[in-house]
Write a new protein. Structure first.
Ligand SMILES: Cc1ncc(COP(=O)(O)O)c(C=O)c1O
Length: 444
């Protein structure tokens, strides 16, 4: 059994994994692709062990789903305890207490300042779909605004709100109607050619202009944005931009939805990213790290908005499954008891320090950005800012070969993102950055 304190060790070959990949290729649809050359056997803390016994440091946390670490003992106990009582009844028919317990916890920790209510679903995309349904019912309007570089999921509405064409949208249209895209504040590649700090937030002015040329704001039900665009490349939205969007929504009676599916639960050095912005969203969508890897998502919103949808109009067979809710409550308790918010900042500061030092000797490292331990670096071509996807992919491959699992992001695929579990040890963190540094020095 892993202790979670191990260090990487990739010397045992891949014979068992290779056999499993043959089986995967025969059985699993091509669209379900995989990144690493191994199958997993065990995971604990920030450590992964493959079926051949090789050990890796996890720097992607199941794409941001295990902020509290793999297999937290109190989470496992809560899951086991609940599983001995009942696995499923369907809350909409026969309700149960674990649903209420987690809902109560979320109303305490989610930073919406008004009275709140909660609804549970299964995936991030499903939370987004339902947040939009609620906003439409509340406003009796049809239009939705989302942003360039956004990712909100793979179901029809969520995909329509999403920005990256390949692989997420190509050939999957037609998309949901009345979805409008406006530019996000991607300051490193400002769509208005400006420089942050010297600009006058042309990205905000654009929206008012857009209300004249494209759609009247009275037709818009909701605006949805990730405070740090995750899949889009960890693009941190500036405070002025988020405050400006909130003001636009308020002025026009538009429901302001903040998607915290990837940024939530201590990832950004606050329990939720909106705490960096002093905004008060109408609705927040949550998933991923809410339940340490058990499928669960939530829509948390202002009471009057949430209650605008009548009985039976939202829900789902499994939404708020009791095992998932028990896991969620135990996960949040663990995050709070173990000060993972503070830990998130410490980890992030260390990663940034190492990256900035590396950048001094490397012409291919562009923008280094992030909040807390949601950190990314853009790889670019020498002497210009053109995205360098090939280099990023090679570095990722080399890291994995040496026992560090990192993944890419960005509409151009040239961003490497760092999302370690927040329980990573100092020794593992140092080792991880050593592997990354070695990979860069070898590949560039
Ligand atoms: C910000 C954001 N929203 C929504 C989703 C979709 O979540 P899921 O894959 O659970 O449907 C993701 C997933 O990466 C995400 O990062």
């Amino acid at each position: 059994m892993l202790t979670g304190k191990e260090l990487p060790f990739v010397k045992k070959g891949f014979s068992k994994s290779e056999k499993l990949f043959k089986k995967k290729n025969a059985l699993v649809a091509n669209g379900i692709s995989t990144l690493v050359p191994f199958f997993i056997d065990e995971a604990r803390g920030a450590i992964l062990k493959d079926v051949d016994g090789n050990i890796y440091i996890d720097f992607y946390s199941g794409i941001g789903s295990v902020n509290a670490g793999h297999c937290v003992s109190t989470v496992i106990s809560a899951i086991n305890k609940q599983s001995e009582k009942y696995l499923h009844t369907c809350f909409m028919i026969t309700p149960y207490e674990p649903y209420l317990k987690l809902a109560e916890t979320l109303t305490k920790v989610v930073p919406i300042k008004d009275d709140k209510k909660v609804a549970f679903f299964n995936s991030g995309a499903e939370a987004v779909e339902n947040a939009i349904k609620i906003a439409k019912a509340y406003t009796k309007r049809k239009g939705i605004i989302s942003f360039s570089n956004a990712f909100h999921g793979r179901t029809l509405m969520a995909m329509s709100l999403t920005s990256k064409v390949k692989p997420y949208k190509h050939e999957f249209g037609p998309f949901a109607s009345e979805v409008y895209k406006v530019p996000s504040a991607y300051c490193y590649r400002c769509p208005f050619g400006k420089e942050y700090g010297k600009c006058s937030m042309e990205c905000l002015d654009y929206i008012e202009q857009f209300f004249v040329s494209e759609v009247d704001p009275s037709d818009i039900a909701a605006m949805i944005i990730e405070p740090i665009q995750g899949e889009g490349g960890f693009i941190v939205q500036p405070k002025e931009f988020m405050l400006g969007l909130e003001a636009i929504c308020k002025k026009h009676g538009i429901v302001f939805i903040v998607d915290e599916i990837q940024t939530g639960f201590a990832r950004t050095g606050k329990m939720f990213a909106v705490e960096h912005y002093d905004i008060n969203p109408d609705i927040i969508t949550l998933a991923k790290s809410i339940a340490s890897g058990i499928p669960l998502s939530a829509v948390v919103g202002k009471k009057n908005i949430m209650d605008s949808v009548g009985p039976g109009r939202i829900g789902g067979t499994y939404g708020g499954n009791p095992i998932a809710c028990a896991s969620g409550t135990a996960t949040i308790e663990y995050i709070e008891k173990n000060s993972l918010v503070e830990k998130s900042n410490e980890i992030g500061n260390y990663i940034i320090r190492r990256l900035k030092k590396l950048q001094k000797e490397n012409d291919y490292m562009g923008d280094i950005r992030g909040l807390g331990s949601m950190i990314a670096v853009e790889f670019i071509e020498k002497n210009n800012k053109k995205p360098n996807k090939v280099l990023a992919s090679k570095i990722i491959k080399e890291c994995i070969k040496n026992g560090l699992v990192v993944i890419s992001a960005g509409v151009f695929g040239n961003v490497i993102r760092f999302l370690p579990p927040l329980v990573i040890t100092d020794e593992q963190l140092e080792k991880a950055m050593n592997i990354f540094e070695k990979a860069i020095n070898k590949i560039q």
